[in-house]
Design a protein around this ligand. Structure first.
Ligand SMILES: Cc1cc2nc3c(=O)[nH]c(=O)nc-3n(C[C@H](O)[C@H](O)[C@H](O)COP(=O)(O)O)c2cc1C
Length: 386
């Protein structure tokens, strides 16, 4: 009863992801907030990513009697309680201390996938015990094959079974917003940083307990320990070296499903199929890499035309509601991921925040399925969207 009361109270106070974003902005130091919301360039793609969703309409049908929407789905042989999951987010602890562990726990409780980034601030070793069968691991491609194999082994040994290889960082992005905010890794202990700490006490207390955020998964490799910025790190050790041949090697080295993340072009999706990828993630990295790219939801239909049925089609970038998930599935996506929305949740509400995001998204998804006149996700991809 107490749980139900709290659930209802939260749904009254924070009925939508945007409400959590407002709260998160207050609770997070400015540099964390700017890092979370940043795009790149003039950030036009940040706008397009959400605006293009809004243009997609779905025409409802009525008089179908009582509808009981079911949102469970199976992907790569694993049953999930909803057709969406947590996208990989790097430097997570800068935005909220131990966010990865909190979201891994949410994932298990609510039966959705959680993806741990190579550049997260917790490690496969610390997150693995919390993530059960819901763990996915995201790989930024190390130049050294030996380092790649070590990372993959650590992830596998700690229970992560689906691998997501990120393709869309050929070079670090400029992210002018984070430069303006004076962001450095590790964070510089400036007067402003101390002031931000004093004025965001919950974040500061968590950070004191957990330690200043750093890239702990890669911190043990001595050659990386002098890393000054995420950009330099990605460029020097893990960026600009991805090729289809490399993807093929990763495919061969991993025993579970492998998906390649960040594709927008249908030809790339076809090549991914040719080399045996189990899935593609249609994504523009949440608008953080290339401001000239199309929104992921606009790119999705071409990819669907090219590879639907030959591989699983996942998508992210700009998803903010259950209705957005419905739209993506209607256009042929098999599964959807969200990055910022889950971070808004934990930053706004701490350990119950991830679950509240699930409450919002699943509630909205089921409600909109009823509004549309469908009960089953399989009814969705049937020319419904226009
Ligand atoms: C703060 C932040 C950090 C991210 N870090 C990573 C990362 O380490 N690896 C990766 O593949 N994608 C990363 N992404 C991209 C997300 O996985 C995902 O593609 C994106 O957030 C989806 O857009 P959305 O935030 O609008 O949901 C990051 C996104 C954000 C917002």
């Amino acid at each position: 009863m107490a749980y139900e009361q709290q659930r209802q109270r939260l749904l009254m106070k924070y009925p939508a992801i945007e409400d959590l974003a407002k709260k998160a902005c207050q609770r997070m130091p400015q540099v964390g907030w700017e890092y979370l919301i940043t795009g790149t360039g003039r950030e036009e793609l940040v706008h397009r990513n959400t605006a293009d969703f809004n243009e997609i309409t779905l025409t409802p049908q009525f008089c179908k009697g009582q509808l009981n929407p079911r949102i469970q789905t199976t992907l790569f042989g694993q049953q999930y309680q909803a057709p969406y999951g947590v996208a990989p987010v790097g430097l997570t602890g800068l935005m909220w201390p131990r966010a990865e562990v909190l979201l891994a726990q949410t994932a298990v409780k609510r039966g959705i996938p959680f993806t741990l980034s190579t550049l997260a601030t917790e490690t496969p070793e610390t997150v693995g015990p919390h993530v059960g069968e819901m763990g996915w691991f995201q790989l930024y491609p190390p130049r050294e094959p030996e380092l790649r194999r070590t990372l993959l082994k650590r992830a596998w040994d700690h229970g992560f079974r689906t691998l997501m290889v990120t393709a869309d960082v050929p070079t670090p992005s400029r992210r002018e917003r984070t430069k303006r905010a004076g962001m450095g890794i590790p964070p510089k202990i400036s007067a402003n940083f101390l002031w931000q700490g004093l004025t965001h006490p919950v974040w500061s207390w968590g950070t004191l307990k957990n330690g200043l955020p750093s890239l702990r998964t890669v911190a043990n490799y001595s050659e990386f320990s002098s890393m000054m910025s995420v950009g330099e790190f990605v460029q020097d050790q893990m960026g600009g070296n991805l090729s289809w041949e490399y993807c093929q090697q990763v495919r061969d080295e991993w025993d579970g499903p492998v998906v390649v993340k960040g594709l927008l072009h249908p030809r790339d999706a076809e090549i991914a199929v040719e080399i045996g990828m189990d899935g593609v993630v249609v994504s523009n990295h949440g608008a953080r890499q290339f401001d000239g790219a199309p929104s992921a939801i606009k790119a999705l239909p071409e990819v669907v035309r090219a590879v639907k049925g030959k591989t699983k089609i996942l998508m992210d970038s700009g998803v903010r509601s259950g209705l957005d998930i419905l739209r993506a599935l209607s256009l042929g996506a098999d599964f959807v991921f969200l990055g910022r929305a889950f971070i808004y949740g934990v930053a706004a509400l701490g350990k119950i925040g991830g679950e509240h995001v699930v409450e919002i998204l699943s509630g909205d998804l089921k409600n909109n399925m009823s509004q549309l006149g469908i009960e089953d996700l399989n009814e969705l991809y049937d020319g419904l969207a226009s």
